[in-house]
Ligand binder design. Structure first.
Ligand code: ZN
Length: 243
């Protein structure tokens, strides 16, 4: 039982140190992650804008070709009108000309619309390009900072991770689950020593009788107030004996 408590408390110490290292990095990892998402979003938007511009250009060119076609047709009808034999034929050609002119006017309008869309798209693309540049600069800056912080604490973090991996097989699976459960619920601290007759986690008083029992190191005792596992000074003293 003593060993079960000892290894669990050792785990707590390692995890608390790891938490300190992680806290030193602050919000940098999150900032980097958010900037990466932002860069991806801008790139996606730019891709969409490029597609829109491309599509508008195709539509505009099509309209352009059709307008030229219609102009040629109108020209042809007008020449035919000079040689027709009857009013009926003449009127039929007039109707063709009117229809072609009407269509041509509509196409001109469409053409302007597509050109407007292209211009708008190009402007949006310029804004996005600048934003992408800025965001990329900021991302690279933050990444550099994070790399430096990581480098600074890399050795310590690796050492602690290694200690953690070594401890895991020495801890009973159910004890570990219980430990992780409490740790998750109690701000990373699941096992605490008794300090001045109080729980080292929430500082509420531990009854003298219970302290005596805890000193037996014969079973798990939890703080009545916060639910953390309480360990005696004896267990705390054993930590340094772990190879
Ligand atoms: Zn407590």
């Amino acid at each position: 039982m003593e060993n079960r408590l000892k290894f669990l408390y050792a785990m707590q110490i390692v995890d608390s140190q790891l938490q300190e290292v992680i806290e030193l990095k602050g919000d940098l990892p999150k900032v980097v992650e958010e900037l990466e998402i932002k860069v991806d979003d801008i790139k996606t938007k730019m891709k969409e804008l490029n597609n829109t511009i491309k599509q508008c250009k195709i539509e505009r060119d099509n309209a352009d070709v059709e307008i030229i076609d219609l102009a040629e047709k109108i020209e042809k009808y007008k020449n035919q009108q000079l040689n027709v034999k009857s009013n009926k034929q003449y009127d039929a050609l007039t109707r063709e000309i009117e229809a072609a002119e009407k269509k041509s006017v509509q196409l001109e309008k469409d053409l302007e619309k597509y050109e407007g869309q292209m211009e708008g798209g190009k402007k949006d693309l310029e804004v996005s390009t600048k934003l992408l540049e800025q965001t990329n600069d900021e991302l690279n800056e933050r990444k550099k900072e994070l790399r430096e912080v990581n480098k600074e604490h890399e050795k310590e973090e690796l050492k602690l991770q290694h200690q953690r991996e070594k401890l895991i097989p020495r801890i009973d699976k159910q004890d570990l689950e219980r430990y992780e459960r409490i740790r998750k619920a109690k701000n990373g601290i699941a096992v605490v020593p008794i300090k001045r007759n109080a729980c080292g986690g929430c500082y509420s008083r531990v009854p003298p009788q219970k302290i005596l029992e805890i000193r037996q190191n014969s079973r798990f005792y939890t703080c009545e107030h916060c639910g953390r596992i309480l360990v005696s000074d004896h267990i705390v003293g054993l930590i340094n004996t772990i190879p």
